[in-house]
Ligand binder design. Structure first.
Ligand code: GAL
Length: 416
C-alpha cells in the first residue's frame, strides 16, 4: 500500500461515525433567542455524543408561524426533516396526511404511558400510536417583574387586574415602560388569552377556546377582555411594533421596563443573562389566574424515514428527549418544567417549582387549560382567525370591544 493510499484509508476511518448505526437527525424548531438556543444546544450535544449527526433546521420567528410555513414547503416537496416542533391538535393534522412515523417501541421501552400525564399522552398519539415525543411543559399565564424597577417606582406586584393597572400607572409615572411588549400577532394573542382567562375563569375560557362556543366568544366576558386589552395598550411603548418577545424581555433585564406578560420561555433569557429567579426577577401568575395554568407543551413529531440508520438516530432522539438528563438540563435553560411526572425538581429554581406545584394542582380541577395562542386548544385555522381579530383590534385605537367579540365568534365559525 503506498503512503497516499494508507493516509486516505486512515482518514476515512476517522470520518466514520462512532458506532455502526450512527445516522443523521435533522430537527426543525424555532428556538433561536439567546436563551432558547442554549437550551437546544444541549440536545444537539447529547445526540452528537451518541455518534449521530445533528442537522440544525432553525427557523427564526417566535411562536413558530414562519417555521410552520417552511415545514409545509419541505413536506410538500417530499423532503421533510426527521423531526419537527409540531404541537397540540396540529399533530393530528400531520398524522392524517400519513407523513408521521411510529415511536411505540421507544415509548414501550421507556414506559411513556406511565411517565406522562394522560392528557399529554393523548396529544402525542395519532390513532393510538405515538408519533411525537413531548419535550416540556411551558406555562403561558405568567407576569414577569423587575423588582428593582418596581421598588424605584413604588409599585407592588399585582394580584388582580385592577392592581395590574395600578402598578402600571406607578411605573409610567416614574418614567419606565410599564409593560414591555412586542407587537406581533402571537404576542398580542398571548396577552389576550391571559386577560380572557382572568376575566372569564377557566370554565368559560374552555367553552370559548376549546368548545368554540359562539355565545361565550361573543358574550359579555369576552367584550370585557377586549376592553382590558384596549386599556393595556396604553401602557406599551411606541416602539413595540414588530419587536421580538426576547427584545421585550431584554427591556426588563436592562431595567427599562417593569413588567412583561409572557410564557415562561421568557425565563430562558433571564437565565442566559445570569439572573436569579426570586431575586433579580419575579414570576407571578397573571393577575386573577392564580391556581390556573394555561399549558403549552413543546413536542417533536417524527416523520417517516426510509434510511435505517436515520430511523435509528430518530429513535435515539426520542429516547434522549424523554430521558431525565435531557429533561433536567434542557428545561432549566428553556424556562419550562419537565414533562415526566417522576422528575426530581429539587435543583430547579423558584419559578419552576411554583410552576410544577400549580400544574399538579390545576390538573386536579378545571384550572389546567390549553393555550390557544400556542396551538394547544384548537386547530391552526382557529388560531389564525383569533390572531387576526385580536391583532386588528389591538392596532386600532378606535376599535369597539363589542364589535371585536362578535367578529371573534364569526371568524371562528367561518374556519370550522
Ligand atoms: C412557543 C413555543 C415556545 C417558545 C415560544 C417563543 O410557541 O412553544 O417553546 O419558543 O413559542 O418562540
Amino acid at each position: 500500500m503506498n503512503v497516499f493510499f494508507r493516509l486516505t484509508a486512515v482518514s476515512l476511518v476517522s470520518l466514520l461515525p462512532l458506532h455502526a448505526s450512527a445516522g443523521e437527525v435533522e430537527v426543525l424548531h424555532w428556538w433561536t433567542s439567546g436563551g432558547e438556543k442554549r437550551a437546544v444546544d444541549t440536545l444537539q450535544q447529547l445526540i452528537e455524543k451518541q455518534g449521530h449527526t445533528w442537522k440544525d433546521f432553525a427557523v427564526a420567528g417566535g411562536g413558530g408561524e414562519a417555521a410552520m410555513t417552511v415545514l409545509k414547503t419541505r413536506a410538500v416537496s417530499g423532503n421533510p426533516p426527521s423531526a419537527a416542533q409540531i404541537k397540540g391538535p396540529d399533530i393530528q393534522e400531520w398524522g392524517e396526511l400519513g407523513l408521521l412515523g411510529n415511536l411505540d417501541e421507544v415509548a414501550d421501552e421507556q414506559g411513556w404511558d406511565r411517565l406522562l400525564p394522560p392528557q399529554v399522552v393523548d396529544v402525542m398519539k395519532y390513532q393510538d400510536n405515538y408519533v411525537a415525543v413531548p419535550v416540556n411543559v411551558h406555562r403561558v399565564n405568567w407576569l414577569w417583574i423587575n423588582p428593582e424597577v418596581f421598588a424605584k417606582a413604588g409599585a407592588t406586584p399585582p394580584n388582580t387586574l385592577d392592581e395590574l393597572f395600578a402598578a402600571a400607572d406607578k411605573l409610567r409615572e416614574a418614567g419606565y415602560i410599564a409593560i414591555a411588549h412586542g407587537g406581533q400577532p402571537w404576542q398580542d394573542a398571548t396577552v389576550f388569552e391571559s386577560l380572557a382567562l382572568s376575566i372569564l375563569g377557566p370554565q368559560e375560557y374552555h367553552k370559548a377556546f376549546v368548545d368554540l362556543d359562539s355565545k361565550v366568544l361573543s358574550g359579555p366576558g369576552m367584550v370585557q377582555a377586549f376592553s382590558a386589552l384596549a386599556k393595556l395598550r396604553g401602557y406599551i411603548d411606541a416602539d413595540a411594533a414588530g419587536r421580538d418577545w426576547n427584545g421585550a424581555t431584554g427591556l426588563l433585564i436592562d431595567g427599562k421596563a417593569g413588567m412583561q406578560i409572557m410564557g415562561d420561555w421568557a425565563k430562558s433569557e433571564w437565565t442566559a443573562a445570569g439572573k436569579v429567579a426570586g431575586k433579580d426577577y419575579q414570576c407571578v401568575p397573571f393577575p386573577g389566574t392564580q391556581g390556573d395554568f394555561t399549558f403549552n407543551i413543546d413536542s417533536l413529531a417524527m416523520f417517516l424515514l426510509s434510511k435505517g440508520e436515520n430511523r435509528r438516530a430518530q429513535e435515539d432522539l426520542a429516547r434522549t428527549v424523554m430521558g431525565s438528563e435531557f429533561q433536567e438540563i434542557f428545561n432549566k435553560n428553556k424556562g419550562s418544567i419537565p414533562v415526566r411526572l417522576d422528575q426530581d425538581m429539587s435543583s430547579f429554581d423558584a419559578c419552576a417549582q411554583r410552576s410544577m406545584a400549580d400544574f399538579r394542582e390545576a390538573a386536579g380541577n378545571d384550572g389546567l387549560q390549553p393555550s390557544l395562542a400556542h396551538g394547544m386548544a384548537a386547530s391552526s385555522y382557529v388560531q389564525g382567525a383569533v390572531f387576526d381579530v385580536v391583532t386588528n383590534f389591538f392596532n386600532d385605537p378606535k376599535a369597539d370591544p363589542e364589535r371585536a367579540a362578535r367578529q371573534l365568534a364569526a371568524a371562528i365559525a367561518a374556519v370550522q
